[in-house]
Design a protein around this ligand. Structure first.
Ligand code: ZN
Length: 376
């Protein structure tokens, strides 16, 4: 067996790199992980989708069969307006809790799979092996993962573990996310003579009324439930005594498998065309789903059972992940689970922390999953 890495120590090292996105700047963090993995026998490659926005791919194995993939993102969200009681980048601990921005989402997850990978490395060179995809730019639209998939830099994998915060419960997917900007235009006029203008806010009011009656092409999914739609922002009008000539809303839709986002955009366009509204897609992350009956998913459920004290139920999480782009990059038919040590409720929170006991459990669980894939 290879060197044993303490996942708590590695998480603390990763927390010390300020990868708050924006601006992200993941390069130094990627190089640190790359050096560690190279030392253990992995082949590494760095890919930047923009200056300093570095993703790392580390591989080991003989290519006889597709390797198993573990993935995590290095960027973290901003600290927020509320003051932290703990140092966000110092890795403070208190009892079982390791505090810091990114401890849960998701440097603790990266540290857990890197620790498992380094320890197993000497046994993985002869066999299908392992590929680690450690990305930049996940928090704002999965830019790093999309770049790797679009440029066909990922190579092969037979299954994906996305180590996002799930408190070590294996989830079989998540909804898609499709955001739109919708605009109405009119003609401005003095507020005392509205009849000579054309009011863009009134047009938008009718648009919103139409949206309340919108039906998604798939109304319900057996595991994910219903797709949703939320009008998140509205902006229009410059002053009270003018007829507004421009109004925007932004719309957040969360989709289930079977809803194609290009088709969704067309449906909204044709629904709102009679109102003269212009629909523009601004963020697009498709859903991720693996049938719970999939053989490997069933194996993962079995391997999680002792830890959870019972066999997991098929469930999906509420947030979206890099898993969608990686699955596409690996050819589309690859099963994926979302499984990691972080606490889902603490992601993006003030005084975010990760349980160190869960981190240790993840190392053991990931070790078991990698061993099983490699037959060792
Ligand atoms: Zn995350």
């Amino acid at each position: 067996m290879g060197a044993r890495i303490d996942p708590r120590k590695l998480t603390r090292e990763l927390l010390a790199f300020d990868t708050v996105n924006p601006p992200g700047m993941e390069r130094a963090c990627a190089l640190h992980l790359g050096a560690l993995l190279e030392g253990a026998g992995f082949q590494t490659a760095y890919h930047e989708y923009a200056e300093g926005r570095t993703s790392l791919i580390a591989r080991i194995g003989d290519g006889s069969r597709p390797p198993i993939c573990f993935t995590g993102h290095m960027d973290v969200v901003p600290l927020g307006a509320a003051k932290w009681a703990r140092e966000p980048f110092a890795g403070e601990t208190d009892g079982d809790r390791l505090y810091g921005r990114g401890s849960t989402d998701m440097k603790g997850g990266i540290a857990a799979f890197v620790a498992a990978a380094v320890e197993l490395a000497p046994k993985l060179a002869r066999g299908p092996g392992l590929v680690l995809v450690i990305t930049a730019g996940e928090e704002i639209g999965c830019e790093g993962a999309r770049f790797l998939a679009d440029r066909k830099l990922l190579g092969e994998a037979g299954a994906i573990v996305v180590a996002e915060p799930t408190a070590n419960y294996p989830y079989v997917g998540h909804k898609g996310l499709c955001w739109f900007d919708i605009e109405t235009r009119g003609v401005t006029a003095h507020g005392s003579m509205p009849e000579v203008g054309d009011n863009a806010i009134l047009k938008m009011a009718r648009v919103i009324g139409d949206l309340e009656h919108f039906h998604f092409p798939v109304e319900n999914h057996a595991v994910m439930g219903k797709p949703t739609m939320n009008v998140g922002t509205i902006r229009g009008g410059l002053n009270t005594n003018s007829v507004p000539d421009e109004t925007h809303i932004t719309l957040d839709t969360r989709t289930v498998p079977g809803i194609d986002h290009a088709h969704l955009c067309k449906s909204l366009e044709s629904l709102l065309a009679p109102r003269g509204a212009h629909v523009r897609k601004i963020v697009d992350v498709p859903s991720l789903y693996t049938e719970p009956a999939n053989e490997w998913v069933q194996q993962v459920f079995e391997m999680c059972t002792p830890l959870l004290g019972g066999r997991p139920e098929p469930r999906t999480i509420t947030f979206s992940t890099d898993g969608t782009d990686l699955k596409r990059g690996f050819g589309g038919a690859v099963p994926a689970v979302i499984l990691g040590p972080g606490e889902p409720a603490l992601a993006h929170q003030t005084d975010e922390w990760c349980s160190m006991a869960r981190m240790e459990q993840s190392v053991d669980l990931f070790t078991t999953i990698i061993r099983r894939w490699n037959g060792i």
